[in-house]
Design a protein around this ligand. Structure first.
Ligand code: IPD
Ligand code: CA
Ligand code: CA
Length: 268
């Protein structure tokens, strides 16, 4: 395991333990609405502080971009993306689906990624070219190629409501053809569960790099495909992401590319 991954795993576990200790104990005055239906708690911020200290102590020259506003800029080609609590609404509601997500990019390539789910004590990790693992055991995407038996995860476009009509049409088309749909409320875990073969595929729009950078590497290192809705690689920029085993990914793209237009993907 590289030093990058070792430090990222340590940071994710330390922050995850902190989240678990504070689960179900958030006073309403420590919850802020950043935007409509987009919440942040004091726990998100403290988790971010924990992670930043560990990353910065280990790699003082690296750049860091974290969801709750922490930024460290430098000339280094290495840049960390940190989501200190992916699934804040679940966390506030005391639902068990939330995680810490940390990824390291060199230029625009994801080098390693870690997602830690403290409730289930599952540490998902991957390094480019080295495979994907859950608690140290190799994981692979699902081998199910029959779309009518596929279970598909998604997220609702709550930050990009302009896309809701097209989203609902696509949801309808996919729902009618697959075996089941899930919306668990943590994009990082949706991707890790796709990597582990628990879901055949996943799609969502309106996401940020800290939501998906780590999980996307898990999927590709587990033998899956990740792209934007038009099968292009720049999902980290656009926030339109589709992932899955190769056959499910191709099938999802067929549904998504006809409803959504690439030139619309900068709208709000
Ligand atoms: C959110 C979760 C959710 C997704 C949202 C994300 P947050 O992250 O990943 O599943 O649907 O769009 O923003 O805000 O809880 O870190
Ligand atoms: Ca997130
Ligand atoms: Ca978050």
């Amino acid at each position: 395991m590289s030093r990058f991954l070792e430090v990222a795993a340590d940071a994710a576990r330390t922050a995850g333990k902190f989240l678990l200790e504070n689960r179900g104990r958030i006073p309403p005055d420590q919850i802020t609405e950043k935007a409509k239906n987009d919440f942040v708690t004091r726990i998100d911020q403290q988790s971010e502080e924990i992670i930043l200290k560990i990353l910065h102590d280990a790699f003082p020259d690296h750049q860091i971009v974290a969801e709750e506003g922490s930024r460290r800029r430098s000339d280094s080609p290495y840049r960390w993306f940190v989501d200190p609590l992916d699934g804040t609404t679940n966390f506030i509601q005391n639902l068990p689906m939330f995680a810490v997500s940390i990824a390291l990019l060199k230029e625009s390539e994801v080098l390693c990624g870690v997602v830690y789910d403290p409730v289930h004590d599952e540490l998902f990790q991957a390094e480019r070219g080295q495979g994907a693992f859950c608690n140290g055991k190799p994981i692979r995407v699902s081998q199910e190629n029959n779309f009518s038996r596929a279970v598909i995860a998604t997220g609702f476009p709550h930050r990009r409501k302009i896309y809701l009509p097209d989203y609902l049409l696509t949801f309808n088309e996919i729902f009618l053809r697959c075996s089941g749909m899930r919306r668990c409320g943590s994009a990082a875990l949706d991707l890790c569960y796709t990597a582990a073969g628990r879901y055949e595929g996943y799609w969502e729009l309106g996401l940020s790099p800290w939501d998906v950078a780590a999980g996307s590497l898990l999927v590709s290192e587990a033998g899956g495909k990740v792209s934007d809705f038009w099968n292009r690689p720049d999902f980290l920029k656009s926030g339109f992401i589709v992932a899955g085993n190769p056959s499910t990914h191709a099938r999802l793209i067929d549904f998504l590319k006809i409803r959504f237009q690439p030139e619309n993907n900068l709208g709000d």
